[in-house]
Design a protein around this ligand. Structure first.
Ligand SMILES: Cc1ncc(COP(=O)(O)O)c(C=O)c1O
Length: 292
């Protein structure tokens, strides 16, 4: 069992004692939204941005989030303070709450808030250093006219199917393409490539979550004078890239060493190293303390 603490229905509990009623529609139908937020030196990183995205996700699925941002921040801090460790990962979830069996959310009158603080290691330390191996999954990202990729909902099944493909292929992570065969993102992270000195990431319209780490990297690259932009990418662009890396709250920045068995020209490459250093500095500026 993971170590950690959980705020659930107004109580702060050890993680292994936090239990959910079986009629919660988050469990029955994936009806809910969530955020993953890291904290460093006891300070949540980019909390305001995460709360804004949570609220947008909730609004789009007509899920009322009755807690004000100040309350959510206070609950987050109580969970961080109760966690044994300065650095960790917060999972903030709002479900539709309990209701009768049946998909209709109308009878669910009380949304449920769950805030977990725990550890999260997306890949082990060695893989982080030498770079991870990706495959392009056969499973496609759901089209935006089916489910808008900007909604961070509790429905991750097509990402899970892609991750199963990666596991079975002995890879660390999968890249999802959209229905048109353009690169969307990883299963829980955004993707960047470097081509001819330019840092490129797929646009949201191609199926990428508007990642908060992604936005920060685009901003930091700009400040460092690295040309960076959104650009639609095909698998060809991944296979022939100079560098590739993944970004995300859980992932932080992870260099990629090969994709579908094609090695990147450099890993970790120079642009990755600049971005990673700037990312660490941004964390120190915001949160203080030492970070890896
Ligand atoms: C599908 C998906 N894409 C991208 C990301 C990265 O987004 P962020 O940097 O906001 O964590 C995540 C993680 O939250 C994700 O689940």
């Amino acid at each position: 069992m993971n170590r950690g603490v959980c705020w659930l229905d107004g109580k702060l509990l050890p993680l292994d004692q936090a239990c959910l009623p079986v009629l919660d529609h988050g469990l029955l139908y994936g009806d809910g939204v969530f955020e993953g937020i890291r904290f460093y030196a006891g300070v949540p990183f980019l909390l305001r941005e995460h709360l804004r995205r949570l609220r947008h996700s909730g609004h789009v699925i007509a899920l009322d989030i009755p807690w004000e941002d100040d309350q959510l921040a206070e609950i987050t801090m109580s969970v961080v303070d109760a966690f044994e460790g300065e650095d960790g990962y917060i999972r903030m979830i709002v479900t539709r709450g309990d209701g009768p069996l049946g998909i209709d959310p109308a009878p669910c009158s009380s949304p449920r808030l769950i805030v977990i603080a725990s550890d999260l290691e997306m890949v082990n330390h060695a893989a982080r250093g030498e770079g991870v191996r990706l495959i392009t999954a056969a499973t496609r990202r759901l089209p935006p006219d089916g489910l808008d990729p900007r909604i961070k909902s509790l429905n991750y099944l097509n990402h899970i199917l892609a991750r199963i493909e990666a596991n079975r292929a002995g890879a660390d992570e999968a890249v999802l393409l959209n229905a048109q065969g353009r690169v969307a993102e990883g299963t829980a992270d955004n993707l960047f490539v470097v081509r001819e000195g330019r840092l490129l990431t797929p646009p949201v319209i191609d199926g990428a979550l508007p990642g908060i780490t992604r936005a920060l990297i685009l901003q930091l690259a700009d400040e460092m004078g690295i040309e960076a932009c959104e650009q639609s990418l095909a698998p060809y662009d991944l296979h022939t890239a100079d560098e590739c890396f993944l970004t995300g709250t859980g992932a932080e920045l992870i260099p990629v060493r090969d994709i579908d068995g094609r090695a990147m020209k450099t890993c970790p490459g120079p642009v990755f190293q600049c971005c990673n250093q700037a990312f660490r500095q941004a964390i120190r500026r915001h949160c203080g303390g030492e970070t890896r």
